[in-house]
Design a protein around this ligand. Structure first.
Ligand code: ZN
Length: 96
């Protein structure tokens, strides 16, 4: 909540910087674990969960790099494009 007399732009930048530091400090899970159910789902998957198109020889396991949980089967290219961005997008709507 903004307090009277605060510089809105300064507060925004400070909070953005704080949030980005917090995001960068979230530990990444290195160990990728699949349950038996995940393995069965991957084996039977015929559609890319990201692009919703038929899978072929390029089927890979897609997993979350924060939780290490299996998200679904995907095309190799879809998996590569679905990475966590190395930036924090900031959008302004009418500068309001
Ligand atoms: Zn795909």
């Amino acid at each position: 909540m903004q307090r009277e007399g605060e510089d809105v732009a300064q507060v925004f930048v400070e909070r953005l910087e704080r949030d980005v530091k917090r995001l960068n400090n979230i530990p990444r899970v290195r160990l990728f674990m699949m349950t038996i159910e995940d393995k069965e789902n991957h084996k039977n998957a015929s559609m890319c969960w990201i692009y919703v198109q038929a899978l072929g020889e390029d089927k890979v396991w897609d997993h979350c790099h924060l939780t290490a949980k299996y998200r679904g089967s995907a095309h190799k290219i879809c998996n590569l494009k679905h990475r966590l961005p190395k930036y924090v997008p900031v959008y302004f709507h009418k500068l309001a």
